[in-house]
Design a protein around this ligand. Structure first.
Ligand code: DGL
Length: 356
């Protein structure tokens, strides 16, 4: 009888020990929230080898269950913020997403956030969050170039790497990032460079922040631009964003699209100019007229690398323009939208374009 009692108490002690080790391990694993917005990563196609598919058809729970090893590296919680193709991304989703990210990262029991997103406008959303998230905790966007049903789908690997990076303490304080195709890219210079390749995202001016290798981040640079807790922009009380349009320049470009933007009530216009932000005379005059009407104008460039500088062929001070420096037209639009929530002064806006 004593032997039986000794064995019973031994097994009870063993079970208690195992449970406490598991719960201790669960407590030591970081908690990563996965917020889903749609995109190809949540896409489904009729054929595993064909190219046609519909994005935004797979739920966040399906995405997570397709990567079972996630539970080895983090406690995963999930929310479906929306389920759209990111070509339809809009101000309301941006504001909802940024407010939810800030709310979650304000909780002590949340260590990081991963956002699944379409690739079409991922660079714009990443930069908007880079300027509006008020936390040092990792925020990582992830997408895919192939739908979940395709042979060689890149989504599951990208999701695993994004969570592994987000779960690593080294990822704190780096600004908003994108993790795809084994690379860690900064929101400060994020550009989609190819319409079909899985290695489409690059940081063409600054180079990647680092690489994912063997499930671990290897950082090779940090961002020199202001971001997250060092950003002066705050959207927590905003229910809408100022309207900013982009106008492309090309040979023989007229004032047509500038006039349309002014007519539509734009508060800001980004010119995607030729070379170093240069403009046809017709465009330059139309943009100066817009400035006279109180509309902020930023000179950016249709060229992918190199800065759009002040002190070149156009006299910005005379025209009341600001130069975008290393921000392409799409990041310039995001930055000007946020700048206009604080000021219309072109010199103050110029400061912001040198710092963010
Ligand atoms: N519909 C596009 C989007 O959601 C697909 C592109 C992708 O996610 O790779 O951005």
């Amino acid at each position: 009888m004593n032997t039986f009692k000794n064995k019973r108490s031994f097994f009870l002690a063993l079970i208690t020990f195992v449970i406490s080790v598991c719960s201790l391990h669960a407590q030591t694993k970081p908690t990563v929230y996965v917020l889903a917005t749609g995109g190809t990563i949540a896409g489904k196609g009729a054929s595993a080898t064909g190219s046609s598919y519909h994005s935004g058809e797979v739920t966040v729970d399906d995405l997570i269950s397709a990567v079972p090893s996630l539970s080895d590296i983090a406690n995963i919680k999930a929310e479906q913020v929306t389920n759209i193709g990111s070509q339809d991304m809009n101000d309301q989703v941006w504001l909802k997403l940024s407010k939810r990210v800030n709310e979650l990262l304000n909780q002590n029991d949340v260590n990081a956030i991963v956002i699944t997103h379409g690739t079409d406008t991922q660079e714009e959303t990443a930069y908007f969050l880079n300027l509006t998230v008020k936390s040092n905790k990792p925020v990582i966007l992830v997408g895919s170039m192939r739908p979940s049903t395709a042979i060689g789908a890149d989504g599951p690997r990208n999701i695993y790497n994004a969570v592994a990076c987000a779960a690593d303490p080294a990822a704190a304080g780096k600004g908003v990032m994108v993790v795809m195709d084994d690379r860690i890219l900064g929101a400060d210079d994020l550009t989609k460079t190819n319409t079909i390749s899985v290695s489409t995202f690059q940081n063409p001016n600054y180079g990647p922040l680092g690489y994912m290798y063997n499930g671990k981040p290897i950082f090779t640079r940090t961002s020199l631009k202001r971001h997250t807790i060092n950003s002066e922009f705050d959207i927590h009380n905003l229910s809408s964003l100022p309207r900013v349009e982009i106008v492309l320049s090309y040979s023989n470009a007229t004032s047509l699209f500038v006039d349309a933007a002014v007519e539509a009530g734009a508060q800001g216009i980004i010119s995607a100019g030729v070379d170093n932000g240069n403009l046809t005379t017709a465009l330059e005059n139309a943009l100066n007229n817009a400035v006279q009407k109180g509309i902020a104008v930023i000179r950016s460039s249709r060229i992918m690398t190199g800065p759009t500088t002040q002190w070149d062929e156009i006299d910005d001070d005379k025209q009341g323009f600001s130069a975008s420096w290393f921000n392409n037209p799409y990041r310039s639009r995001v930055l000007l939208m946020l700048a206009l929530t604080k000021t219309k002064d072109y010199k103050e806006i110029q400061r912001m374009f040198t710092e963010y």
